[in-house]
Design a protein around this ligand. Sequence first.
Ligand code: IMP
Length: 182
Amino acid sequence: MNSMYQDLEKVLFSKEQIAERIKEIAKTIDNDYQDKRPIMVAILKGSVMFYADLLREMQIHAEMDFMAISSYGNSTKSSGEVKMVKDLDRSIEGRDIIIVEDIVDTGYTLKYLKSTLKTRNPASIKVCTLLNKPARRIVDIEPDYCCFNVGDEFVVGYGLDYAQLYRNLPLIGVLKKEVYSK
Ligand code: IMP
């Protein structure tokens, strides 16, 4: 069998660790938005697993919407270029927005997303990310909610891809170098 698991160098966060941390983040969001009804904006495709699990752990009312932006292509390096591929379906004017991301790396994507959404006059914008890679930050921007910090290594799984693969791993891990130096 051509298993995804044989391409992993190590596991960073298990299925159980991810689920535990998402419960904590959901509780914090429930507390912070007690009398509000935020629009949870998933950034496709990387945040899909995180988004689906996070929203099911939340108890407050929340709405769903989706945005897609262009990513790295098949490379593991950021170009700094970000382009919108799919916009939100509805207006966000006067609404509380929580952007749900897979990972904040250089910060270019987040900067683009926040400044684009800000022009539409929402009441507030916050960012909730599964992973944060502070060592690689170029833009001065920080997520409001974060499950885990990671070091300067390329990670896959639980939504995160390398060349569109490994998104369906239920855990987060690091690929063997030989996989992307091929
Ligand atoms: P940024 O604009 O450099 O912050 O990059 C954000 C996007 O790059 C994320 O939404 C991911 O799609 C992708 N990315 C950054 N680091 C990784 C990684 O370690 N694994 C997989 N994708 C990553």
